[in-house]
Design a protein around this ligand. Structure first.
Ligand code: COA
Length: 123
């Protein structure tokens, strides 16, 4: 899921400063099983970084994380939630389709505002 230009540690630190209540972590028996990062920008809700531990996939954790994020966004008045999936990620596309998400024909473009240094090795 991660890419060299995304340092997940730094991304978590940033998320903890903005709507930290929309950063959800699924824990069972003191082990992290999955997580999702959501945000509401006043127009749309966004989901990022949804992932479930490979050993726990297919047990409903992904669905529960997305549903909880949807409920929290709805409670904030957010009218629509969306997300980006890399085209080759067929599993995620099937997962989101099963949860009622519909494809949107759009061109995603972006511009980096902070050029992070390459992520240092971490445990
Ligand atoms: C995508 C991912 C988060 C799904 O999590 P999960 O916990 O395995 O999914 P769930 O067990 O909650 O599945 C929920 C439903 O989606 C369905 N589903 C899951 N993957 C599916 C697929 N590829 N095609 C069709 N349906 C799928 C399940 O059958 C289930 O339906 P059911 O409740 O009616 O049985 C998980 O596969 C993952 O971590 N993938 C790697 C990271 C990733 O690609 N994240 C997405 C980035 S955009």
């Amino acid at each position: 899921m991660t890419r060299p230009w995304n340092d997940p540690y730094r991304d978590i630190e940033r998320k903890l400063t903005v709507q930290p209540e929309l950063f959800l972590v699924a824990v069972r028996e003191e082990r992290v099983r999955g997580s999702v990062m959501a945000g509401y920008d006043g127009h749309r809700g966004w989901l990022y970084y949804l992932a479930v531990d490979p050993a726990d996939r297919g047990t409903g954790i992904g669905r529960r994380l997305v549903r909880e994020a949807e409920e929290r966004l709805s409670a904030m008045g957010c009218p629509k939630v969306q997300l980006m999936v890399r085209p080759e990620n067929a599993r995620a596309r099937g997962f989101y389709a099963a949860l009622g998400y519909e494809d949107v024909d759009t061109w995603v473009t972006g511009k980096r505002l902070i050029a992070d240094e390459p992520a240092p090795p971490r445990p």
